[in-house]
Design a protein around this ligand. Structure first.
Ligand code: IFM
Length: 446
């Protein structure tokens, strides 16, 4: 067997989604509201005042969705559990909700697809927000650990991996700092407190799950991007270092090294709650994998506003319809950086994809999305080069399996390799579905 064939053996192709973005059935079978239900129902918070009440109706259509996934031939499916569906109000076991995830996991296994579970993809039970502001409440990490334990007990015998949090930086930054995500606060002081509690939740969650299911591979999913200074001036270089510490290292450093990154801005150094010796051990427990979500390059320029005193100038490279600069080379260098800096045992690309305005003519069997096909091909190639350079890359999950509720953008932006006709809920595969199918079957080499 050639070295390339050997390395392929530990590699899987997958697709990703998250609960609030696809499930719908927001008030069915004992599910209680999350902060995203409240946020999306607050006029003006989400484009077009869209919400996730119905979304892709995956809660009812999960079985045919899994058939479509089986047709794709992927070996892994990354999904998240809705905390307030699994535990009503975030604390009480909800048999019907639990049963949904049992059926989903069993349905995946029946189709030879490995379940990659994420515990928290931003849909905090509303109950915890009403009680002292959600991630501002020091008790929420303990509730999270209890939830993690329940999920591990229930599903840990069948899932391939469990990740604690998805993109905690987005929760703290957009949820508490910028106010563009639920719960919509605009205070970077609060964002610092939320970030610290998210780190605690991760640590307590890992500890709780390890004691129950020591054999299940555990990790976390972090969003990281390629960051470049706009000029070589000392101001822009310094700004870039501050932003790098915030964007790529704020969570990774505590999780792998037990401490905050050196280059955080003065504002963040003053406002991030200190990491005690006990915290340091808790945050940096050994992990089995890290998931990386990569989408774009961001340029950095010196600026005047906290928390980073940076600006992010307008794109100069071609972009997706999100306005995100397309920069596949950055994925390769980022993977090498993660590998050489943190030495994780295993890395998955847990998300990568393109947000575009795809349209369907109402008749065709396939939706044309040549720009997504090109985006994915170039990122797969870059990831593969990183793998061939020694990065322990064990899988690539495309974001996303289905078009879905894209948070503050509502349904206006589409990331799926399967088109959703929202009025009828009809699923129509896109050209990118067939690209992914060819990778998954080995017919197409990266
Ligand atoms: O849709 C999101 C996902 O929920 C988290 N990562 C980025 C995606 C695209 O914005």
């Amino acid at each position: 067997m050639s070295p390339a064939e050997m390395s392929n053996q530990n590699f899987l192709w997958g697709v990703s989604t998250s609960a609030y973005q696809i499930e719908g059935a927001h008030d069915e079978d004992g599910r209680t509201p999350s902060i995203w239900d409240t946020f999306s129902h607050t006029p003006g918070k989400v484009a077009n005042n869209d919400n996730g009440d119905v979304a892709c109706d995956h809660y009812h259509l999960w079985e045919s969705d899994l058939d479509l996934m089986a047709g794709l031939g992927v070996q892994g499916y990354r999904f998240s559990v809705s905390w307030s569906r699994f535990l009503s109000n975030g604390v009480t076991r909800n048999p019907k909700g639990i049963d949904f995830y049992n059926r989903l996991v069993d349905g995946l296994l029946k189709r030879n697809i490995k379940p990659f579970l994420t515990l928290y993809h931003w849909d905090l039970p509303k109950e915890f927000y009403d009680d002292r502001g959600g991630w501002l409440n020091p008790d929420v990490p303990k509730y999270f650990a209890d939830y993690a334990a329940e999920v591990a007990k229930e599903l840990g015998d069948r899932v391939a991996t469990i990740a604690t949090l998805n993109e905690p930086l987005v929760c703290s930054d957009e949820g508490y700092g910028r106010g563009t995500h639920a719960p919509g606060h605009k205070s970077y002081k609060e964002a610092c407190v939320a970030a610290y509690h998210l780190l605690k939740a991760h640590g307590l969650g890992i500890r709780a799950m390890r004691s129950i299911r020591p054999q299940v591979p555990l990790g976390i999913v972090l969003n990281m991007n390629e960051l470049t200074p706009v000029s070589s001036s000392s101001e822009d270089e310094a700004a870039w270092k501050r932003f790098y510490a915030y964007h790529n290292e704020l969570y990774a450093h505590p999780i792998f090294f037990g401490r905050y990154p050196e280059n955080l801005s003065s504002y963040l150094r003053e406002n991030m709650p200190p990491i005690t010796v006990e915290d340091s051990k808790l945050f940096s427990q050994p992990l089995d994998f890290v998931g990386i979500n990569y989408y774009m390059r961001i340029q950095i320029k010196a600026g005047s506003n906290p928390p980073n005193f940076c600006e992010t100038p307008k794109a100069v490279l071609p972009t997706t319809d999100m306005g995100w600069e397309i920069y596949p080379e950055g994925l390769k260098s980022l993977l090498l950086w993660v590998h050489n800096t943190y030495h994780p045992k295993s890395i998955y690309i847990t998300e990568n994809g393109a947000g575009l305005h795809d349209t369907w003519d109402g008749k065709s069997q396939i939706v044309a999305d040549p720009r997504r096909v090109d985006y994915l091909k170039r990122h797969v190639r870059a990831a593969w080069e990183a793998k061939e350079s020694g990065v322990p890359l064990n899988g690539f999950f495309c974001w996303s399996f289905l078009d879905n509720f894209e948070w503050g953008y509502g349904y206006a932006k589409r990331f799926g390799i399967v088109h959703i006709d929202y009025p009828t809920k009809k699923r129509i595969p896109k050209e990118s579905y067939f690209l992914w199918k060819n990778y998954a079957s080995g017919k197409l080499k990266p």
